[in-house]
Design a protein around this ligand. Structure first.
Ligand code: GLY
Length: 409
């Protein structure tokens, strides 16, 4: 338990200390942690608990999703992965809900010689970074996961990369927020209000002002679109589309996959995430197509084609859902956390591929920043100030937020 926070500068009696623009995972966890520290907190979002959390597969893949050049981000990913067990237990207790958190590990496999070379490189990088990852032969992979294709050429067993159900996570955060006293304004924030060089709150779409001591911009890929944010402060986030499928493993099938299975097929990452409730999530495309969230025949075809090469039995399963969402990409693929160059305005956005994984650390970092004005040590590399004065990264043809929200509802 934290001592009550000091009142934020500029907070008047009756106004929230913090207004959070965006009720996705980043916004909700920020609100929950801030409220636990005694801040009067309001979340503004027409549909809190929606957004990318409705689409994401929920892999907590700090090790298997490591990329060259992202070693700094790895540090934050590992901190968050390390906090997950305690975070999940606390949240499940606070919300009285199961989060679908499975400590099941991950197997990354190779289907051909090129894939195997890629995986060998990843393994070498993981070892250089001091990560736990074990090389397995194809036979060993199939012993672990008998549904894998006979042609699997080898793989990496990573017992520390787990999964959570992001939909349950979002629902639980919503409940935990409500129980902690967070207020929800189920409207769209249209504009940041600024006075005397300081963020003073937001204005809703109908013109209603919502003054607050501090404002947190946590609107995912939409974060660059809030009107009123001075150009030099606007976060450089862009939408990166991901298409995802859900299939159902009938109870009669018995065990299908016991852990997350991933591969790089024809250069594209593919993952199959088996949930305890019998769902199998297959993802994901990665498409730089602006604000488009259409599920395409090509996207579904490629995911099923590649998943079938990896696990041939998949074509027997009922296909229950196709969906597309937008990852908030940033110039260095890492999040923007903490105070911006405009006093009173903070960011919690740009989580790109790691929004679910980074949820625990995002909440802690943002609550710390809201109550002290500082970033904790582990988050200093992720200050929004690292990009200097920015110009909007959203595609120039960006539609209005109102149009977008209709499109993605
Ligand atoms: N982290 C998985 C994805 O972004 O598709």
């Amino acid at each position: 338990m934290h001592p009550p926070a000091r009142m934020s500068p500029g907070t008047a009696a009756g106004h929230p200390d913090a207004v959070i623009v965006g009720g996705g995972l980043a916004g909700l966890v920020t609100a929950w942690r801030a409220a636990q520290r005694g801040l009067r907190t309001t979340v503004v979002d027409p549909e809190p608990g929606g957004g990318a959390a409705r689409v994401a597969a929920g892999m907590l893949a700090a090790v298997t999703e490591l990329h060259y050049g992202e070693e700094t981000l790895l540090g934050l990913n590992l901190v968050s992965a390390g906090r997950y067990p305690a975070f999940a237990a606390e949240l499940a207790e606070a919300a009285g809900q199961d989060l679908g958190y499975r400590r099941c590990g991950t197997l990354a496999v190779a289907l051909d010689a090129d894939d195997r070379a890629h995986l060998r490189e990843l393994h070498a990088l993981q070892r250089r970074c001091g990560l736990d990852s074990e090389w397995l032969t194809g036979r060993e992979c199939r012993k672990l996961e008998p549904m894998l294709a006979p042609g699997v050429r080898g793989g990496l067993r990573v017992d520390g990369d787990h999964q959570i159900d992001p939909r349950r996570l979002a629902t639980a955060l919503l409940t935990a927020c409500e129980r902690a006293g967070v207020a929800f304004v189920r409207e769209r924030a249209e504009r940041l209000t600024v006075a005397d060089g300081r963020a003073t709150g937001v204005e809703l779409a109908d013109g209603t002002p919502l003054p607050a001591g501090q404002v947190v911009l946590a609107a995912g890929s939409f974060s660059g679109l809030l009107a009123g944010v001075p150009e030099h402060v606007r976060p450089p986030v862009r939408p990166v589309k991901g298409q995802v499928l859900r299939l159902r493993i009938p109870a009669a099938y018995g065990p299908f996959l016991s852990r997350t299975v991933r591969a790089v097929v024809r250069g594209g990452p593919l993952y199959l995430v088996p949930r305890e409730n019998g769902d199998l999530v297959v993802g994901a495309t990665s498409e730089e197509l602006g604000w488009d969230t259409t599920v395409t025949a090509g996207g579904v075809y490629e995911l099923l084609r590649d998943a079938h090469e990896l696990v041939p039995g998949i074509t027997e399963l009922p296909l229950t859902e196709t969906i597309a969402g937008l990852r908030p990409g940033s110039p260095d693929n890492a999040p923007l956390l903490g105070p911006s160059a405009l006093p009173g305005l903070l960011m919690a956005t740009g989580h790109f591929r790691n929004g679910v994984l980074l949820t625990p650390v995002t909440g802690d970092v943002m609550a710390h920043a809201l109550t002290t004005g500082e970033l904790p040590e582990e988050a200093r590399p992720f200050t929004p100030l690292r990009f200097g004065p920015t110009t909007a990264a959203a595609p120039s043809s960006a539609p209005t937020r109102a149009a977008l929200q209709e499109q993605t509802a």
